[in-house]
Design a protein around this ligand. Sequence first.
Ligand SMILES: [Zn+2]
Length: 283
Amino acid sequence: MENNVTVEVFKGKEASVNSYLFSNGESMIVMDVLRNSKEAEELAAFIKAKALPLTHILITHGHPDHYIGMHCLKQHFPVVRIVVASEAIKQDIIGFSTWMESIGWLDGEPALKPKSDQHPDGFDYEREIAVLEEPKITLDGGGTLEIKSDYNGAEAEHLTTVYSQDLNALFTSDFCYNEAHPWLGQGVDAAHIANWKAELKRFKAAHEGSDMAVYPGHGDRSDFTLFDKVLSYIEDFERVIENATTEEEAMTAIQELYPSWEQADFLLLNSVNYHMGLKQAHA
Ligand SMILES: [Zn+2]
């Protein structure tokens, strides 16, 4: 049976984060929905132009660059189901938004403030986000996205990957970044880094030499060589942190190694500050 599943990437500007739109010519599913509502409006227009029903919004993990746009999309596609692979990911999202609200980071996105007596017009995360009952989503009209989420904590505490046999493609979410600095900040401690590297080695062992496409959470499409590219970056990052005496020195050293990689001013800066802070705390 030929399902003719296709994928298009919508490239977010903030955080260089990707949104992926799957279609079989009859219906569509979108995976991750950008860091802000303004860009999500553009994503919604892009999806609407396809003139096909959007059945699911799949959020891969509880980081805001992957889910802030969901309120905007829900306004444009009222019957769409917002889904995650596990209850743990749903709770990661709620936890992150609760924390962001507590420090004022959602003041620019009031519709994403968790619904409460204080914010009656806020987002009802418990009600709006459903947990998938099985590790796959089938497109209306045929074609399956295989979902995996039983990973150890790495870039995030819980992460989802999507594999499409029709596309011969793996969507790694934030296990992979391509030419954007990976998030190694708050929440990504030594144990997470060890898990992350081990998972990249498993991906590499499983797919080395294959012609499978690899679509990262941030940056351009690649192939199996991306696993090693991310692994090398993380090893370089660890070495730089170990040898640096100041944050500035670490920033300079990493940017000299990766001069063209995007998002140094936020992703890299926070990663360096976090790990230099951990190192000083342990000194
Ligand atoms: Zn991300």
